[in-house]
Design a protein around this ligand. Sequence first.
Ligand SMILES: Nc1nc2c(c(=O)[nH]1)N[C@H]1C(S)=C(S)[C@@H](COP(=O)(O)OP(=O)(O)OC[C@H]3O[C@@H](n4cnc5c(=O)[nH]c(N)nc54)[C@H](O)[C@@H]3O)O[C@H]1N2
Ligand SMILES: Nc1nc2c(c(=O)[nH]1)N[C@H]1C(S)=C(S)[C@@H](COP(=O)(O)OP(=O)(O)OC[C@H]3O[C@@H](n4cnc5c(=O)[nH]c(N)nc54)[C@H](O)[C@@H]3O)O[C@H]1N2
Ligand code: SF4
Ligand SMILES: [Mo]
Length: 754
Amino acid sequence: MIQKSTDGISRARTDHHGPTTSRNRGVVVRSGVEPRLRDGTVRRRDDGETPMTEWTPTTCMRCAVGCGHLQQGYANHYGLDTVRGDANHPVNRGLACQRGIDETADPDGEWLTRPLIREDGKLVATNWETAIGTVVSRMEDALAETRDGVAVLGSGQQTNEAAYALGKLARGGFGTRYYDANTTLCMASAVTAYYQAFGSDAPPPTYEDIPEARTHVIWGANPAVAHPVMYRWIADSAADDGELIVVDPVESETVDDADHHVQLDPGTDLAFARAVLTQVVDDGGVDREFVAEATEGFEATVASLPAVEDAAETAGVPVETVERVADAFADPTLLYWGMGVNQSVQGTATARALIDLCLATGNLSPGSGPFSLTGQANSMGTRVCSSKGTWPGQREFTDPDHRETVAEAWNVPVDRLPDDPGPGPVGIVDAIADGPPEVCWTVATNPVAGMPDGDRVREALDETFLVAQDAFRTETVELADVVLPAATWGESEGTATNMERRVSRVRAATETSPKIKQDLDAIVAIGAEIDPDAFPEPEVSPRAAFDELRELTAGTAADLSGISYDRLDAELAVRWPAPASDEEGGYRYVDDDGWEFATSSGRARFSTGVHGGLAEPTDDDYPLTLTTGRRADAYNTGVRSRGDGTDAPPLARIHPETTLEYIEAFDRGKTVVASRRGSATVAVNPDDGVPKGILWLPIHHPAVNVLTLPAVDPESDEPNFKQCAVDVRAPRPSNPLVHEGHQATDGEPAATDD
Ligand SMILES: Nc1nc2c(c(=O)[nH]1)N[C@H]1C(S)=C(S)[C@@H](COP(=O)(O)OP(=O)(O)OC[C@H]3O[C@@H](n4cnc5c(=O)[nH]c(N)nc54)[C@H](O)[C@@H]3O)O[C@H]1N2
Ligand SMILES: Nc1nc2c(c(=O)[nH]1)N[C@H]1C(S)=C(S)[C@@H](COP(=O)(O)OP(=O)(O)OC[C@H]3O[C@@H](n4cnc5c(=O)[nH]c(N)nc54)[C@H](O)[C@@H]3O)O[C@H]1N2
Ligand code: SF4
Ligand SMILES: [Mo]
């Protein structure tokens, strides 16, 4: 059913917080933990700690579900005493997951406690004045050669305010093409697909649609692990007279709950999606009325479809599976997808094929639709405000009017804005290795561990003048020439935007040492030195930065102008588009007058992508497929969650029969995994949830991306992290890290001193 409202914005509020079922593992309401303080020591309550009496309402920064947290700092020193879900927050109504709480209150990482600078090859303590002075002078030297002299890598883990300021400085202050963020390693294929199909980015549905759906298709995602609180709503809805279908080559934790598991071959999602669409067409399951009223390009799509049998064979699934999934789309369907789709050389084409399935079956109205699962807590904010692929408010990068507006708002010459958004993070690493950038500045990202072909990234960043702005010691920090210690979760002020477009306040619940700066403060301090026209003040408050940002989005597809800090104080979380202070977005693209998309024709567009094979197929030399994914107890490159775990090799999941087939490559539970790029020692965990011929590694260990392939989707620049060809080789008994004369990486950082 389509819910309509007079202003085109649905404000209907259904309750997505259903009862607990057996499917709701791992969701807790509160926890108290011993804090590790920013000075590196661990103090216990019986040391005389006094928690603050008040609770600070803020937002969890671990994943893009965007749960409201209440955090309690200490009255007498730094640190968070207790973290819990906020019962008043409209997103989660008090729910929170254990890992979100633990990693916020008590991260395992080694805190950065003061600025560092490299002297005689070692990182030594310095002060902020020297650190910023050195950074600015190196940047000015590089920019004197070319405005592309500085490369910047940002993150979906900064506040909106910091991401906005970083984009303004990179694009308007430096004028560099070489600026991107870790969100391109993650969401870029979904983003590109949404723009292409709808003319605007972000999922049309919201969490309120979850209980309304009957079929829940989770495609290449494992939200039981990655988005626990949202997964609870999905599992509840599926248990309550619905159906849960999971498309994944591996038996994930989400698959455990599925009514139907589509265990396709890795990297064949586009073939399978096309098979399902062909079946829908053959079965007469197309919603002709919706297709005629609201879309364009359907005939070309139909003409491009493969035969069901052929495509099913490519995907390695029986035709009956195709029929079953095609049938399920007859009911109101929410189709969620994640990294199993996006992180592919055909990520954009595949995401579009998933959108096509929703369009063809009329699953594009409240209670249904294509819902990409955003990863990092503020990846959505980075998409809207960081000037990465579009200007703030999704203003098109190359549009002369938008460029004029942005340049004027920033007080910079319009011809300083780069002509194109740049080559993506992998292309930036290439440029750092051979091209114009002489300085690279990373903010809230750990590319040495998080990017594909890790040895090459390490080499490139080691050669350049590297500035790393982080809260913890990371593999990237170890290579840096200047280290800027940043405030992080529980310490920063600003806002974040969750995957359903809700902006929510991020607040500091503990004071930080004066030796730590919030990202916004560090960025503005550098900006004021580089370009005083754009950054006339050496300090900008988060509120002022947000006001500047929201004004720049007024009248755009991603309008934040009606969201103010005062409104957020009262309502806690507000969804864009919010063009006025009493409006907030709901389901997108439909109103009383019917469907209106942000495309030039006003119609949603079908696509014609076809499966093109794997980026790196297996062969005799590299006969196994490596895939990488997430564990419940760790986060991304593992900086906050790994502890001292880099010394222990990552644990590979391999089917027991594959283990037997390669038995001579195993030595006391370890083996060396080799790809064309490098090799890594792993411990082996035989696991029949992983199909034969596949090796599964967690992304949380820095050794893993030494193996992965730097091929990217040409449309989105997102790397093909999910499949590459590897072999397992016997470690030398005398040295388990080495095989056949190759040095394997164990991820241990170089020794340094501060
Ligand atoms: N616990 C935890 N939670 C997290 C994070 C974390 O590191 N740890 N990180 C956050 C971030 S940044 C993100 S982006 C999200 C990511 O969340 P997800 O997208 O759910 O994460 P992944 O585990 O990388 O991949 C999802 C699934 O894709 C499957 N897959 C692999 N290859 C293929 C394929 O070819 N086809 C299909 N259909 N599936 C395939 C994997 O088996 C896996 O189950 O999680 C967020 N939440
Ligand atoms: N093989 C493989 N590789 C992958 C993936 C995969 O599925 N497989 N997934 C990709 C995805 S989806 C993502 S999102 C990337 C993530 O890749 P990265 O960004 O490289 O990894 P993170 O570990 O999230 O690093 C974030 C850093 O930000 C720091 N940080 C946290 N909060 C703050 C803050 O407020 N300020 C500052 N300055 N620093 C802060 C943390 O300490 C941490 O070092 O990894 C990608 N890499
Ligand atoms: S589900 Fe995500 S946002 Fe919610 S508490 Fe867990 S990690 Fe934080
Ligand atoms: Mo991500």
